[in-house]
Design a binder for this molecule. Structure first.
Ligand SMILES: NC(=O)c1ccc[n+]([C@@H]2O[C@H](COP(=O)([O-])OP(=O)(O)OC[C@H]3O[C@@H](n4cnc5c(N)ncnc54)[C@H](O)[C@@H]3O)[C@@H](O)[C@H]2O)c1
Length: 264
């Protein structure tokens, strides 16, 4: 299918965490703006099917690769695929992540390490791998996916917030450091998103509810002025907006997409 717009024609976008959830919606959004897309996840079972969806959304070319991005070699290997196949990386969206949401003292060493691995180290390694070629070409758009729980501090999010707060700090520091080199670094920062996993939390008997050990999601919803979870495409649209040619003055920002749960 033809893309809906030509805003990102000729752009190469590496998007991480695309096996499911928000990453798929982000890849479809970038496809609908005409970008070539590399899908990356450590879980590759669904990637061929996601690639078909992304092609159907308008991407002229789509590739996928299985990498554990919490390892330096995984981040490098992902970026190398795009450089080898297309000669450049214009856009990097660090969406890989996900929470292990539980009261701080109920975390184990392993769950804390995994939380930081998924959310912070994946972002660090992918950026470290992508930056040199971006700097060489004097062009780069980096969008990190953070979380608005860093601002709201809601129940059971301290471990996760340590990781996403690190992502926010990385964003402002890198934005400042590389601003004169044609590179922007921003965050899109969702509140609760209507992913299948989060929707499962409306059922206290579900495995997801037990796994996250969070309080009743209905109480969390009461804190959102517009009274609903955010749709995946609403977050994806902001991620793409941060990479358009006419938004390049936006740099080092944390863009909340949260139904008004946290303002300013
Ligand atoms: N769901 C929400 O309500 C919500 C709210 C705020 C922020 N976020 C953030 O948005 C992003 C997407 O959320 P989601 O709900 O779609 O998450 P998800 O858990 O459904 O998907 C995350 C993807 O990242 C991949 N991933 C994790 N660690 C990886 C690694 N080391 N190497 C490669 N791939 C890895 C997973 O395999 C998975 O496919 C995440 O960064 C998450 O922290 C989500």
């Amino acid at each position: 299918m033809k893309p809906l717009t030509t805003r990102l024609s000729d752009r190469v976008a590496v998007i991480t965490g695309t096996a499911r959830g928000l990453g798929v919606a982000i890849a479809e959004q970038f496809a609908s703006d005409g970008a070539r897309i590399l899908l990356v996840d450590r879980d590759d079972a669904s990637l061929p099917e996601v690639a078909d969806k992304v092609r159907a959304a308008g991407a002229p070319e789509v590739l996928w690769t299985r990498q554990d991005l919490s390892q330096e070699e995984g981040g490098q290997a992902a970026i190398d695929v795009a450089l080898r196949e297309w000669g450049k990386v214009d856009i990097l969206v660090n969406n890989a992540g996900g929470g292990i949401i539980r009261p701080f003292l109920e975390h184990t060493r392993d769950t804390l390490v995994e939380t930081l691995n998924r959310n912070l180290w994946t972002t660090i390694w992918c950026i470290r791998a992508a930056l040199p070629s971006m700097l060489e070409r004097g062009y780069g758009r980096i969008v990190n996916v953070s979380a608005d729980s860093v601002h709201t501090g809601i129940w059971s999010h301290a471990g996760y917030n340590a990781a996403k707060g690190g992502v926010n700090g990385l964003t402002t520091g890198l934005a400042f450091e590389f601003a004169k080199r044609g590179i922007t670094v921003n965050c899109v920062s969702p509140g609760g998103i209507a992913t299948p996993e989060l929707l499962d939390m409306f059922n206290p008997d579900s495995a997801v509810y037990q796994k996250h050990q969070m309080i009743d999601i209905n109480k969390a919803l009461e804190l959102i002025p517009n009274g609903r979870l955010t749709e995946l495409d609403e977050v994806a649209a902001v991620a793409a907006f941060l990479t358009y040619d006419n938004t390049k003055a936006i740099n080092g920002q944390i863009y909340s997409v949260n139904g008004g749960q946290w303002m300013l």
